[in-house]
Design a binder for this molecule. Structure first.
Ligand code: RP5
Length: 171
């Protein structure tokens, strides 16, 4: 997208991309322009501080940060900006994401990170939450969110029909 990004998606490693691209896909559905990058709280800490400090000047409205293991990326960004930060904990083989979840959700009072659930669902929800924040001052996004909820309901109704039909066929 050529339009100026209003959401920044960052991740701690390229290995997070498979999950974090789901956030980008969801923002794309809402036609919300975003930028996406890899910056690491541990491996490139100066870049993280620079990103966070320049975020307001770059007119970002929400930052989505995904990381695994000792997941400090979202918290460090939140420490350097007042833009809302949404964290996505990413699962790893060792502790199955509990490490990332606890690192992110246990922010000390004063510096919030809106922590999502683990993995792909968390990445999608991060994008939807970003859209909800933006919708407070953008009626087009507000309408798209309402439409999205309608689609969700239609999908449940369709699933309901399929399950009832499959169950009736077994009787
Ligand atoms: C974290 O460590 C990253 O966010 C990633 O989830 C995890 C492992 O990184 P790699 O070793 O795969 O680069 O900083």
């Amino acid at each position: 997208m050529n339009i100026k990004p209003v959401v920044g998606i960052v991740m701690g490693s390229e290995s997070d991309f498979e999950v974090m691209k789901k956030a980008g896909d969801m923002l794309g559905k809402f036609k919300i322009p975003y930028e996406i990058d890899v910056i690491s709280a541990h491996r490139s800490p100066k870049l993280v501080v620079k990103y966070a400090e320049e975020a307001i000047r770059n007119e970002l409205k929400v930052i989505i940060a995904g990381a695994g293991k000792a997941a400090h990326l979202a918290g460090v960004i939140a420490a350097h900006t007042t833009i809302p930060v949404i964290g996505v904990p990413i699962s790893s083989d060792d502790l199955k994401g509990m490490d990332a979840l606890f690192s992110m959700v246990q922010m000390p009072a004063g510096v919030p990170v809106a922590t999502m659930g683990l993995g792909s669902s968390g990445a999608k929800n991060a994008a939807i939450l970003a859209a909800e924040i933006l919708s407070l001052s953008d009626t087009k996004i507000f309408d798209k969110l309402l439409n999205y909820r309608t689609v969700l309901e239609e999908e449940v109704l369709a699933a309901s029909e399929r399950v009832k039909k499959a169950s009736a066929e077994k009787k």
